[in-house]
Design a protein around this ligand. Structure first.
Ligand code: NAG
Ligand code: NAG
Length: 430
């Protein structure tokens, strides 16, 4: 049945793009089931992003970064063409060409469950955390991750957890009983060979109060990270990721405290993800001051090595990740300006929350978003889809694979293009 959806998608796309014999910039131009134009307008080249989706991307097909810059307007028919110009610094040209390899470095799935009971004001109920592991009566998170790596080519998982769960509802040392449970998920993740993001999913808050701004002090925040970093100091494939805030300048100070604590605990080489304001929105990252403020955060040696900006972006009408239908590929409004800013400033970002419903609109827009990110993989490291783990298969953004016998079957959106090996596990008949 996923095949049926793919063909339906192709027909819909054909209806809107067959007016001319050549695909417009960013239009689909190939893929299994595609019967529309397979050549692109001048300045764009039909580029394979996966077996189900080829797209007209700027430039020639060569893999070098010397392609011509095309000043064609962005693809979306509804997106405004006035997306904020990125600040330029030094000699950086405002329209640097895409310099990606076409392959994203890190592609993964959020494995949710330890964050259950958390709300956006940073209130988390420790007892509501629900380990996505069979031994704790949850779903088979270990089996999911093993499937995602072996069958789909994923290489990173984000493991959200409530701060209150780690410290058992009091601000203080980590509770070792609870840590044993969370560490079981981290070890299951590491066991697949993937990288694992430790994500304290508290929106920069504790029970309604903001870290470093009336809530827990930066020292208390840093102390938790220090304990975590000490535990995983020698674990190469751990990535540390805190979460999101209103006063961004003060927040940068809190992030700096955590970075310093993590590095000083001996975790000197791992990637640390720096989250901005507005729910870490990739679209607001520059305009809300997150980029400027977080750019000041450094390692103890003054370098920016492995300090990566953490950005999120959904594709639904209100960027909430709560609607089944997608309305944008985010390229014009979010990824293009962000990409330019990152390249101009010599930094990188990681899209750790994105996703959509298992619908034709989300397949279209998500595949476009991913193709754009891959073209710009010099500054965009990858993405992590929201979410599998302990959600029900009926959850609107479910990426939960279903197990039948020894076969895991992916959701439509994962199979269509989110999985690096797209279409690999669309079903036992694929
Ligand atoms: C750790 O948390 C458990 C609940 O998971 C609780 O029963 C125990 O008392 C806590 N231990 C400490 C030392 O606070
Ligand atoms: C888009 C989305 O579903 N975001 C989720 C992020 O995590 C929090 C806490 O688990 C959820 O409440 C949100 O729904």
């Amino acid at each position: 049945m996923p095949h049926g959806m793919i063909y339906l998608l192709a027909l819909v796309a054909l209806a809107t793009s067959s007016v001319r014999g050549q695909g417009a910039l960013y239009a689909q131009c190939g893929g299994i089931g595609w019967t529309g134009a397979t050549t692109c307008v001048a300045g764009a080249t039909c580029t394979v992003s996966n077996p189900y989706y080829s797209q007209c991307l700027p430039g020639s097909a060569t893999t070098t970064a010397t392609t011509t810059v095309v000043s064609t307007p962005p693809p979306s028919t509804t997106a405004s063409s006035t997306s904020s110009a990125p600040p330029t610094s030094g000699t950086c040209a405002p329209n640097t060409p895409a310099a990606g390899s076409g392959t994203l470095k890190l592609v993964g799935v959020n494995i949710s469950g330890f964050d259950f009971g958390c709300t956006t004001d940073g209130t988390c109920t420790a007892s509501a955390a629900y380990p996505p592991l069979l031994q704790y009566y949850g779903k088979d998170g270990q089996g999911q991750m093993t499937h995602f790596v072996n069958d789909d080519g994923y290489n990173v998982f984000r493991l959200p957890v409530g701060w209150q769960f780690l410290t058992d509802n009091v601000i203080g040392p980590i509770n070792q009983t609870n840590m044993v449970e969370y560490d079981a998920l981290v070890q299951a993740c590491l066991g697949t060979g993937a990288s694992c993001i430790i994500d304290i999913h508290n929106y920069a808050r504790w029970n309604g109060e903001i870290i470093g701004q009336g809530g827990p002090t930066n020292e208390q925040f840093a102390a938790t990270w220090s304990e975590i970093a000490t535990k995983y100091a020698d674990t190469e494939k751990v990535i540390f990721g805190p979460h999101d805030i209103p006063d961004i300048t003060l927040w940068a100070g809190s992030v700096q405290a955590a970075v310093t604590a993590i590095r000083n605990a001996g975790a000197t080489t791992q990637m640390i993800l720096l989250p901005g304001s507005d729910y870490a929105s990739a679209q607001q990252f520059i305009s809300d001051g997150s980029a400027a403020a977080l750019s000041t955060v450094t390692n103890p040696d003054g370098s920016f090595t492995n300090l990566i900006f953490d950005v999120h972006k959904y594709l639904d009408s209100d960027n909430s990740g709560t609607n089944a239908e997608c309305v944008t590929n985010n390229i014009a409004d979010a990824w293009e300006p962000l990409t330019q800013w990152l390249r101009c400033n010599g930094r990188q970002a990681f899209n750790t929350e994105t996703g959509g419903g298992n619908t034709a609109s989300c397949v279209t827009y998500m595949c476009q978003q991913i193709a754009y990110q891959a073209q710009n993989s010099d500054v965009l490291l990858g993405y992590v889809g929201w979410a599998a783990g302990n959600f029900d298969a009926s959850y609107v953004l479910s990426e939960l694979p279903t197990e039948s016998g020894t076969t895991w079957t992916d959701t439509e959106l994962v199979a269509s293009c989110m999985a690096p090996i797209a279409g690999a596990q669309k079903g036992s008949t694929s």
